[in-house]
Design a protein around this ligand. Structure first.
Ligand code: OAD
Length: 233
């Protein structure tokens, strides 16, 4: 690969699929089991907070029995060994990148293991259920919601992401369907800036044609192979 120093990696649900976490849009995925407007919008939360808190309690609890897979491990190895700039922008709310040991991770759609207080607007690390309306660790108000970005809300740290893309030599998208903006638009932003782009996904995605190169296969196989390739220089 020609002169790669700064890398931005976008990950989606497909990278955690082999860890046993359901994706959203594949057959049997989360959005077939639940209505997006019920469990992933501010309006759904206002209508039925018990349903929404219960949905994220279930996902947070399920996370405890999941382990990072070979793809998370490979990105953590890259993070440890890469001397250039690297940013792993994940749309995932799980913590498998961190549990594999990656440090340069940004959760643009929030995290299951974080709580956002609707009273004081502070974020706190969170491991427990929320359905029983526990007090906020900062202000004690019983006003916690999952610190997850819902449809209609602004993803986190967009400025930092765009700054990283502007500096990048390579943008890599892993395990994402390219259906949700603004993440789905990063490849075009990268192309406009003449950044090299690569997609690693189980199948061709909605945005595959935007990438310079698109490889199809399981993340657990494609990602370790690509990491070896890029680290070999
Ligand atoms: P999707 O469920 O839309 O897409 C998952 C992608 O992963 C699909 O293109 C699959 O083909 C691919 N895939 C499945 N198994 C794979 C494997 N073993 N290896 C590689 N690829 C695999 O999930 P996302 O694109 O992450 O947002 O969804 C984006 C956002 O939509 C999520 O962050 C969430 C959702 O609504 C919010 O909740 C705000």
């Amino acid at each position: 690969m020609p002169d790669i120093r700064n890398i931005v990696i976008l990950t989606g649900a497909g990278i955690s699929a082999e860890s046993g976490i359901d994706t959203f849009r594949d057959a049997g995925g989360l959005w077939e089991q639940h209505r997006v407007e019920d469990v992933a919008t501010p309006e759904g939360f206002a209508r039925d907070p018990d349903l929404v808190l219960g949905f994220y309690d279930m996902r947070r609890e399920a996370l405890l029995s999941k382990q990072p897979n070979a793809a998370h491990e490979a990105l953590a190895k890259l993070d440890r060994g890469w001397s250039g700039e690297l940013l792993i922008v994940t749309q995932n709310v799980d913590d498998l990148h961190e549990r594999a040991g990656a440090k340069r991770v940004l959760h643009m759609h929030g995290e299951l293991k974080s709580a956002l207080c609707l009273s004081c607007e502070m974020r706190s690390p969170w491991d427990a259920p929320m359905s029983d309306r526990p007090p906020c660790p900062v202000c004690q108000a019983p006003s916690l919601r999952p610190d997850v970005v819902w449809f209609g809300e602004m993803p986190y740290q967009m400025e930092r992401i765009y700054a990283a893309i502007r500096q990048a030599d390579l943008f890599v998208s892993i395990g994402t369907s390219g259906a949700v903006y603004p993440a789905a638009g990063f490849v075009r932003d990268a192309r406009e800036l003449s950044v090299r782009t690569l997609e690693l996904n189980l199948e061709r995605s909605e945005g595959s044609h935007w990438f310079h190169e698109s490889r199809q296969g399981r993340a657990g196989e494609l990602v370790p192979a690509w990491v070896d390739e890029v680290m070999a220089g």
